[in-house]
Design a protein around this ligand. Sequence first.
Ligand SMILES: Cc1cc2nc3c(=O)[nH]c(=O)nc-3n(C[C@H](O)[C@H](O)[C@H](O)COP(=O)(O)OP(=O)(O)OC[C@H]3O[C@@H](n4cnc5c(N)ncnc54)[C@H](O)[C@@H]3O)c2cc1C
Length: 441
Amino acid sequence: MNAKQISHFPIEDNTNGWSRVLPMRRPNPALAGLHKVDWVVIGAGYAGLAAARRLAENRPDDSIALLDAGEVGENASGRNSGFAIDLPHVVGSSMDELDGSHRYMALARAAIAYHETQIERYNIDCDWSKPGKYQTACSAQGVTELLEPFARELEALNEPFSWIDKADLDKRLGTTHFKAAIYTPGCRLLNPAALVRGLADNLPENVSVYENTPVTRFNSGAEISLTTAGGEVRAKQMILGVNAFAEQFGFYRRRLLPFAANASLSRQLTDAERDTIGCEENWGVTPANAFAAITMRYTQDHRILIRNNIYYNPSMRETASYQGKIARRHKRLFDERFPMLPQVEMEYTWTGFICLSQNGAPGFGRLADNIHTSICQNAIGVTKGTTGGMLAADMACGIDNELIGFMQSLGEPSRLPMQPFLGIGVRARMAWELWRARKEV
Ligand SMILES: Cc1cc2nc3c(=O)[nH]c(=O)nc-3n(C[C@H](O)[C@H](O)[C@H](O)COP(=O)(O)OP(=O)(O)OC[C@H]3O[C@@H](n4cnc5c(N)ncnc54)[C@H](O)[C@@H]3O)c2cc1C
């Protein structure tokens, strides 16, 4: 039996704007006492929630415990920009790359179908909608170097899209900031905290959810044993869905890159302010350079979301003073895009922690005979985390599913250099990305 003491946990800072705009929710009680179960799932993000549901469907007579260190909807899964994206960001033009993109789209679309089934079945009110999205460029260089190749790739994939020129785009988005965009229809938009709450609060009866239950000690072997502040779980099998915290459990050492990402939601626009911008209702914009530039949304409740600033953050902690700086930066970015609305403030600003790998591959599959995982969604967890969780459960139950092979074809997170070379290398790469994309901000 291997024992592992966990020393670093997620913390809750009560800043997530998506949950602040929702009614209060009473969390499930923390684990207390000894529980013997068939399965334990750790992490109630997209990955853990999908794994727990799928296990319950595959094995309706088994008992499943789902543990999370925090409250449902307050993790990265509830803090993201709320894009369920069906397309790969980079396609490439070789046959292998096109094949890879088809597999990728099958995985992403399986997650979208899964979410739509749950939303309809349980009547989950999470502003789920199908407006598609705009992939934008701010500079002439961005149009030729980023958008035009993307259009050629979509053609090669036989995927529907429209090229939106500046005049049309200005009207659709209510800002003159962009030069052009590619519109694709498959993306869904949502309030992520509302979706995560709805998924967690409507799990099958054989799943017990324990919130505010950080696992402090992990023993692996023929039986899994997990210690928490108030109790212990003993399980035959485990699925790990803790994203970058997987290293704490002794897995994927020197393979994961924890990054921070920040977002703000403005206050709701008044009717007069909405008339001033006079744009389409409910749109989403992703930048052609996802790392350096800005994601934006105009939400169904008439707020503007700004997501910007992704940076290496191995401690997975951020200070209130830095968040203050981010809020001011987001306000400036908002003003540059909507100079006609100088009085509109950012009402909420928050930080979330994501997990990247150097080669963009997820952590997926079997870690031991009785341990499976889905982690490291490379910032597209609404879809990839969801499918990964479902497939980890299928794999653990020995269920044949074509998509497992598709998931495995995405590879394994590659090994990283030692510190301090890693930190220096990642920060240098990010600085270069920001410089390269400086005209796209
Ligand atoms: C600002 C921002 C914008 C983003 N925008 C998008 C977007 O528009 N679309 C998209 O697809 N993705 C987006 N992402 C990325 C996406 O949110 C993540 O990829 C996704 O949430 C990862 O899901 P997960 O279930 O793997 O991990 P998480 O949601 O991080 O869940 C992991 C869970 O593990 C728990 N945990 C960790 N350690 C322990 C422990 N010791 N004991 C018990 N529990 C533990 C945590 O509490 C946490 O709840 C964004 C992320 C951020 C931060």
